[in-house]
Write a protein that binds this ligand. Structure first.
Ligand SMILES: *[C@@H]1O[C@H](CO)[C@@H](O)[C@H](O)[C@H]1NC(C)=O
Ligand SMILES: *[C@@H]1O[C@H](CO)[C@@H](O)[C@H](O)[C@H]1NC(C)=O
Ligand SMILES: *[C@@H]1O[C@H](CO)[C@@H](O)[C@H](O)[C@H]1NC(C)=O
Length: 433
């Protein structure tokens, strides 16, 4: 009941704010947006920018929220760590293209600090709120700063999530501390570019989850309806940037949110009920917990217990393993011969979410056969797989460390793990070098 009351108050506050406001979609240098006086509204009225208070908080933040649908649902906050205690907040764009928030007592509550410099002294700078929810600063029509590069807890369609290799800028999603406090909470999602890129989830400093690397059609181990009419997912990797991007195919509204308590939800707006429903949730079962089964363990959610050792491996600490504590993982029954590699072969494990790729190496043009040879030549190589599963498979991904966080997955990606030849079950797929 109390919650509903608060929601009502929140809603009324927004309506009052709306009535009181003049709305534009662009501000020019030295124009300002004042708390309670002005807001920006994107051209098609999808999003609005202004000052607000989240949940039960009385603090004021500058942010962007939905306008046409789901009025007041916040998608981005500027001064997350520096709230304003009163209604003296003001957003300005200065001549240098820097967005600055100030308040009665503080000339610099927050600033955008554009990465790219201005074109010249006579160039025209404006800040514009787009219908995608992106706030951009344009210098003679060139984007010198955009809020999409600095997401908070919300990922909107059209955002690039990854790393700009030229500027070093990396997008990170961070949860709010609580529904009433948008300051940086304990959960974060990052597109990690060590080894072959993959998305990692942290709780503080601890790695707790992983979306598998891109395999051409989607993320390894991530359910994707390939024929869906709602969205498309893409992955781009070149010398300038590495990112994935998600786009909507229709006018349906979706957003992905990292909740304050660590869930990643894809939410979809349903016009009929005027509310968001959970369209998809990543991390839904035990096998999604990072490395639940330890090194060389393999997680199968349809088995009880879910953890087992890969073939040719046995529990490192059987007592712990018996007690359902699988974290110490598995060890080889027989050590690799390595040396010239002649005594080693590979066992195929079909249909998996491939292991953690932070300590991996890859080549996009090598064949599976070349990949096997490359793996065999390297004493540290523990396994390999095709990088791209499309058209019968291409590219080489090989692991240079213990295999962590592998799970049985009803997908199309196969993993080849290294072991001594006489450990291979000859009836199963294997190959000689
Ligand atoms: C802008 O003006 C300053 C001072 O007048 C000058 O030093 C600088 O070179 C100018 N920059 C450009 C890009 O024109
Ligand atoms: C910026 O874009 C607008 C609209 O497309 C155009 O009219 C204007 O000439 C452009 N300005 C510059 C400096 O390119
Ligand atoms: C990838 O492999 C191909 C074929 O073996 C080779 O020509 C190419 O140089 C390799 N690329 C990199 C970046 O190692």
């Amino acid at each position: 009941m109390e919650d509903q009351y608060i929601h009502l108050l929140f809603f009324v506050a927004f309506i009052l704010l709306l009535l009181d406001c003049n709305s534009l979609d662009t501000i020019s240098a030295n124009q300002e947006i004042r708390d309670g006086k002005t807001t920006l509204v994107s051209e098609g009225e999808m999003f609005e920018l202004g000052f607000f208070s989240p949940g039960k908080s009385k603090n004021r933040y500058m942010g962007i929220w939905y306008n046409k649908i789901s009025y007041g649902t916040v998608v981005w906050v500027a001064n997350r760590e520096t709230p304003i205690a009163d209604r003296s907040g003001m957003l300005k764009l200065n001549r240098q293209g820097n967005l600055v928030i100030c308040s009665g007592g503080n000339p610099m509550v927050w600033s955008s600090n554009p990465v790219e410099s201005m074109q010249g002294n006579n160039s025209v700078v404006v800040a514009k709120l787009l219908d995608t929810g992106n706030l951009v600063v344009l210098d003679d029509n060139k984007t010198i700063w955009q809020s999409f590069d600095y997401p908070g807890d919300t990922y909107l369609p059209g955002m690039k999530f990854g790393k700009d290799l030229v500027t070093g800028l990396q997008t990170i999603m961070t949860s709010w501390k609580s529904p009433d406090d948008p300051s940086v909470g304990v959960y974060s999602d990052i597109h990690d570019t060590n080894g072959y890129p993959q998305n990692l989830r942290f709780q503080g400093e601890v790695l707790i989850g992983r979306l598998g690397p891109w395999h051409g059609l989607g993320f390894s181990g991530f359910p994707l309806d390939k024929t869906n009419q709602i969205y498309s997912l893409d992955f781009v990797m070149n010398e300038n940037e590495i990112y994935h991007i998600y786009k909507l195919k229709s006018s349906i509204a979706q957003r992905i949110i990292l909740t304050w308590d660590g869930r990643t939800l894809t939410l979809q707006w349903i016009e009929r009920i005027q509310d968001w429903i959970v369209y998809a949730e990543s991390e839904v079962d035990n096998c999604d917990r990072f490395s639940l089964c330890g090194a060389y363990g393999i997680c199968n959610i349809n088995k009880h217990p879910p953890c087992s050792c890969m073939q040719g491996f046995e529990p490192r600490h059987p007592e712990e393993w018996e007690g359902s504590d699988w974290a110490s993982g598995c060890k080889r029954k027989k050590p690799l011969t390595c040396g010239d590699g002649k005594g080693d072969g590979f066992l195929k494990i079909p249909g998996v979410k491939v292991p953690d790729t932070r300590r991996s190496w890859y080549n996009e043009s090598m064949t599976l056969r070349e990949c096997e040879i490359a793996c065999k030549r390297n004493c540290f190589c523990t396994g390999y797989a095709n990088l791209d599963i499309r058209n019968g498979g291409s590219g080489c991904l090989l692991w240079l460390d213990e295999l962590l966080d592998t799970r049985v997955y009803d997908g199309d990606q196969d993993l080849y793990i290294r072991m001594v030849l006489d450990n291979l079950d000859m009836g199963r797929g294997f190959s000689l070098g």
